[in-house]
Design a protein around this ligand. Structure first.
Ligand code: SF4
Length: 301
């Protein structure tokens, strides 16, 4: 849950999540929809999907017990190098250092690593491997993480208070505010789409997104294809469509602008119709939750 997300945001979700699924076995037996409903608003939904898949694998193939080696952990869905190393080192005392952003920053500064991208990663890994200890790798990983978050901060490193300052190449060369070098950020491309809010009394029509791709398996108001340019809407059927607002949302790789259109139908016979107050029971991604504000209080352009 903490990937790309702050502790403050995660706190409430974490408690609710553990309350609902107190063990891997319960999580493995849960339904996809229920999981998505619990996760809604937290974003990066692939984390939830991977967690679910991993719970099922651990239950089916490992008798409900989390595998205790880096080599097995890294094979599980959603577990990358950092998580596998952190769990292996901290929980199972494997001689491996977990390298997160903080650890990377500390090692780059301490050892004056001035490369970027892949080379930086390789150099940091090489140094970290030298520190791997059969007993204390977990403690060392956590100590480096704490050092990075408390003293060796990204923007304002507190070098004068740091016990490593006499050995730190960045500090000795006055590079502590410059290292580690980061690759230049690319501008996020923009995409555009139209969402169709179809109402009947107090009910709204929603549909499930495909099982693969962006926001896979979540619910949405029927939505057009997302394109690189603004185009006129192709309405799903003839009706009196009113523009009610625009929703903007930032994804990791692009920024989305959705124009919302609303219409009322006299009768309903297909699709998933949900009472307005029950929409929270479905896994609605944040951008569609933003749309709810317009549906409650329609604003005509
Ligand atoms: S001396 Fe400064 S740059 Fe070096 S490890 Fe300590 S806080 Fe980081």
């Amino acid at each position: 849950m903490l990937q790309q997300t702050t502790v403050a945001t995660v706190k409430g979700y974490f408690a609710k999540f553990l309350g609902r699924w107190p063990s891997i076995k319960y999580l493995a037996a849960s339904s996809h929809d229920e999981l998505m409903q619990c996760w809604q608003g937290l974003g990066y939904y692939s984390r939830a999907r991977n967690l679910h898949k991993t719970a099922k694998i651990i239950t089916d193939q490992f008798n409900g017990i989390i595998p205790d080696s880096y080599q097995e952990l890294i094979k599980l869905p959603g577990i990358g190098h950092y998580t596998a190393a952190a769990v292996a080192a901290i929980a199972f005392k494997e001689p491996i250092i977990a390298i997160d952003t903080n650890v990377n920053r500390v090692l780059c500064r301490l050892f004056g690593i001035s490369s970027i991208g892949k080379n930086q990663k390789l150099q940091v890994q090489e140094i970290a491997d030298q520190f791997a200890h059969p007993k204390y790798s977990g403690n060392l990983s956590q100590a480096l993480m704490d050092l990075g978050s408390d003293l060796c901060k990204s923007k304002t490193p507190r070098c004068s208070e740091c016990f490593l300052k006499t050995d730190c190449l960045a500090y000795l060369n006055n590079l502590q505010n410059i290292l580690p070098y980061k690759p230049k950020k690319q501008d996020r491309p923009k995409r555009y789409g139209h969402s169709f809010v179809i109402r009947h009394g107090n009910q709204l029509l929603i549909e499930k997104r495909p099982d693969k791709g962006l926001l896979a398996g979540l619910y949405q108001f029927p939505t057009s294809e997302l394109l690189n340019a603004q185009v006129a809407p192709e309405f799903p059927f003839q009706s009196l469509w009113q523009p009610i607002g625009t929703v903007r949302h930032i994804f990791t790789h692009f920024e989305l602008e959705l124009t919302l259109w609303e219409t009322f139908l006299p009768d309903v016979n297909q699709g998933v119709w949900v009472e307005f107050e029950n929409l929270g029971n479905y896994g609605l991604p944040t951008m569609y939750k933003k749309a709810l504000a317009y549906i409650k209080n329609p604003v005509l352009d």
